[in-house]
Write a protein that binds this ligand. Sequence first.
Ligand SMILES: O=C(O)[C@H](O)[C@@H](O)[C@H](O)[C@H](O)COP(=O)(O)O
Length: 260
Amino acid sequence: MPNSGPSVPILYSFPTNAELIDSLATFILKAQKESINKKGRFTVALSGGSLPKQLSALVNSPAVKWDKWHVFYADERVVPLTHEDSNHALCDRELFSKLPADGPQPTVHTINPDLFDDLEELADAYEKELIQEFAMKDSARFPVFDLVLLGLGPDGHTASLFPGHELLSEEDRWVAYIDDSPKPPPKRITFTYPVLNHAARIAFVATGAGKVDTLRTVLDEPEKGLPASRVRPAHPGQLYWFVDDAASANAQYARKPFKL
Ligand SMILES: O=C(O)[C@H](O)[C@@H](O)[C@H](O)[C@H](O)COP(=O)(O)O
């Protein structure tokens, strides 16, 4: 019977962070290849937190076709783009600034600092960039990212979708703002579920014993509805978890051996 419901998450758990980093890079390169073969470009959404560091194996990989990458931020903090709280500044520091200056560079879509006084306008402008990237190029009704990389907060949040927040039921807007984030800084913009759940692939990355209870709840008790559990891309989209054994220690959820 054809499956048209949300994807069943695939869990990969690695004994060490080094193994996770290598496998994640292999996974990303495969996604990159498929996407470029199909459409000539690779659309990627990145998050902040510990995620950018987990992409370190890409920096020196000659297989990365950086000039085909179109990068957005799944969420961004409303601070100057060079501020230490900025997800763009973080990704730039961990990733983009490490690429050889004379080599191919990604196209990176940042939020517009000229609009910081009006969060609605800021979110709308970022949504327009998504429309230009997807609706105009692919004639798609929703943005279909080739890859979205997400982190998991200790309270089960992901991107800037926090437990109990009204944005969890947003069905129309693709990009929304919040000004009451429980994790500082309070002002942020974030992709909503309509964007996340139309992606072709989503990979969560979560490491360390600090995530052990939250990861167990997200994987084993999705009915509790933590924000990360609600990320379930519709068929044929696929959801993956790249975690380490410290983070997955309490989860009953079945692990898959990593093999592409
Ligand atoms: O901008 C942000 O705050 C992030 O995008 C956020 O969603 C992050 O991914 C999680 O909080 C996990 O963060 P850690 O990986 O640092 O635990």
